[in-house]
Design a protein around this ligand. Structure first.
Ligand SMILES: [Cu+2]
Length: 121
């Protein structure tokens, strides 16, 4: 490999890393505020991925699974002691009343896809 090719490769890699970093950082900040309920689309992950809720307020999380892969057929909210099977192309509502503020992760049954619930005062 010649020096100029190496430089191009390094620049290319730096650009890729920067793009990933920027994309992930940006995603992390985008919490979608839920009012009384929020629809969460389940397709190759969770959308929205980060949801903000108000402490002490009962909120309905409507999971709508559009992904036929068995990977996403279960959703687990460990902090709320909830594990549910999501029927395909149907809405499954999980009602939660967060008692304390903080960040609570949820995931598929195999812990491969993740989402986050941010509870605020
Ligand atoms: Cu999975």
């Amino acid at each position: 490999m010649t020096a100029d090719k190496l430089i191009v490769t390094i620049f290319g890699l730096t650009a890729i890393i920067f793009t990933y970093w920027f994309f992930l950082m940006k995603k992390e900040e985008e919490a979608v505020a839920a009012s009384d309920s929020i629809d969460i689309s389940v397709k190759g992950g969770y959308s929205p991925e980060v949801i903000s809720l108000k402490k002490g307020k009962t909120t309905k999380l409507n999971f709508i699974r559009k992904d036929p892969s068995s990977c996403l057929e279960e959703v687990v909210l460990p902090d709320f002691k909830i594990r549910k099977t999501l029927p395909l192309n149907q809405k499954l509502t999980i009602e939660i009343t967060p008692k304390r503020t903080g960040e609570f992760d949820f995931a598929c049954g195999m812990n491969m896809f993740h989402g986050k619930i941010v509870v605020r005062d």
